[in-house]
Design a protein around this ligand. Structure first.
Ligand code: ADP
Length: 480
């Protein structure tokens, strides 16, 4: 059951019990309140009437014969049987007939002695065990009042002990509901601790370990409720943070390596150029032919340095997300011929067979010649790094479905299958075979830069390779 359903059910049950509890309490108190006033007296007056009626009837019917001793005795007898004492008082306050004959002929104060209302009579009791209640005695039906019968009634006859069953029932319900509510609260407390507080505490501990960088402890929770969802989310966050952290560590390492590689990449050509300049200055270069040869070597190395600096610049822009490509409309043939001439020269200089494109289609394309030359230069430079003298580099240009496709194929060592998915990744450097030249060269930036440049032109770059047989890189550029 989900936490919200469970909480709703619990709240509903508690509220129902609470409403019953309040209802019972109200009934109980109302009952007490009402019972104190009207209910009891209503019930009592009926009982009193039943007892006094025979005497009242006799008094009304036979008031003219009240001097007859038999009648007087009979009335006293009836009163005695009913458990009552009475005084029959004339309108002048004189006691005409009484349960205790000694009172007869005495005068009573009608003002203070007459209580027709049971409540007044109850108030006037003033601590005694019986009360005096007066009933008017009439002269037959329709006649006027001829006197008053004052009955002395025992308290027990008037204040009826109210049936306590109902009170007990209400009280019992109150107690049962309170106990139920109490149990429910205890049960709820346990449940809350088990299903909410402990998981939250555990969750806090997990969050703390994540904060401390301990990403390996898996977060587990067995229930499929809201808490389970929260746990799953936190675990997802943990794995995400773990991957990001691993990625950051990898990147930091790669950047450190990049600096080492750049230093090495720059140092080698600069040292070489410096050595050749010193050789020329020391006069080691006897003839013009050797001088030209030296100059060529120095040019190759300075080209390399320039290419590296250009790569670094693009890399920096890539990092900032603002790779600078400024395409303009150019005719493909002349543009590529200009770019490929020096490349062919370099390839041959490296004792490789250069196969230039047989035919370059002449179409109008939008490109940034400087950046596309950087792409060509990087791809050829890679081919040079992974070939040995005697291998070949072949460049081709053709039209393919409204696009110009340029391919650079080499017959070098090829790319290892396990490296293939990563070659376009920044900082990735594959494991070169010991036979390849310049094994330690490279920053791992070249192909990622090529990809960015080509994609910024709206084109696509891909490769195919077979280990030991060679590699083919090709890119497309959209035709205008
Ligand atoms: P770098 O050349 O500086 O190492 P790149 O991004 O240019 O970086 O290339 C990434 C990796 O791809 C290289 O380290 C290499 O393993 C592989 N690679 C690229 N071009 C070739 C190729 N023509 N032949 C074999 N491997 C290649």
């Amino acid at each position: 059951m989900s936490l919200s359903t469970w909480t709703k059910r619990w709240l509903k049950t508690s509220l129902t019990l609470l409403v019953i509890l309040i209802g019972c309490s109200l009934v109980f108190f109302l009952n007490l309140l009402i019972g104190r006033h009207s209910g009891e007296t209503n019930l009592a007056i009926n009982q009193v009437r039943l007892r006094v009626n025979p005497i009242l009837l006799q008094l009304e019917q036979n008031h003219e014969r009240l001097n007859e001793p038999d009648l007087r005795d009979q009335l006293r007898f009836i009163a005695d049987k009913s458990g009552l004492d009475f005084d029959y008082v004339g309108l002048d306050g004189m006691v005409i007939l009484s349960s205790s004959p000694s009172s007869e002929g005495t005068q009573i104060n009608l003002r203070s002695a007459l209580h027709y209302d049971l409540n007044h009579a109850l108030v006037a009791m003033d601590g005694s065990q019986s009360l005096n209640l007066a009933f008017p005695v009439m002269d037959g039906p329709g006649g006027g009042q001829i006197g008053n019968a004052i009955f002395t009634i025992p308290q027990s006859l008037v204040i009826v002990q109210k049936s306590s069953t109902f009170t007990f029932f209400v009280l019992g319900t109150l107690v049962i509901i309170s106990i139920l509510l109490g149990f429910l609260l205890i049960f709820m407390k346990r449940k809350i601790r088990k299903r909410m507080l402990s998981p939250i505490h555990q969750l806090k501990q997990h969050a703390e370990s994540i904060l401390k960088g301990q990403y390996n402890d898996q977060i587990q929770y067995n229930r499929m409720d809201e808490m389970g969802e929260l746990y799953a989310m936190l675990d997802l966050m943990r794995t995400e943070i773990m991957h990001l952290s691993e990625q950051r560590i990898r990147q930091e390492k790669a950047q450190k390596e990049l600096i080492t590689n750049i230093s090495h990449e720059l140092k080698t050509p600069i040292t070489t150029v410096k050595a050749y300049i010193e050789a020329i200055l020391e006069g080691l270069c006897s003839d013009e032919e050797t001088l030209k040869e030296y100059m060529e070597i120095m040019r190759t190395h300075t080209d390399k340095t320039a290419r590296l600096v250009e790569d670094l610049l693009v890399h920096a822009l890539q990092e900032l997300g603002q790779i600078s490509v400024e395409p303009r409309e150019v005719y493909s043939r002349s543009a590529f011929e200009t770019m490929l001439n020096p490349i062919g020269h370099i390839v041959r200089m490296n004792s490789l067979i250069y196969e230039e494109p047989e035919h370059i289609p002449n179409v109008l394309i939008r490109m940034d010649p400087i950046r596309i030359e950087q792409v060509l230069s990087n791809l050829v430079s890679n081919a040079l790094k992974h070939t040995v003298p005697g291998d070949s580099i072949r460049i081709n240009a053709e039209l393919d479905l409204g696009k110009l496709r340029i391919s650079i194929a080499d017959s070098g060592q090829g790319i290892r299958a396990q490296d293939m998915p990563f070659v376009f990744e920044r900082y990735f450097r594959g494991n070169a075979s010991p036979s390849a030249r310049n094994i330690h060269e490279g920053t791992g930036l070249g192909l990622s830069i090529c990809k960015s440049i080509i994609e910024a032109h709206g084109g696509h770059i891909s490769f195919s390779s077979k280990e030991g047989q060679g590699t083919l890189f090709q890119f497309t550029l959209p035709i205008c």
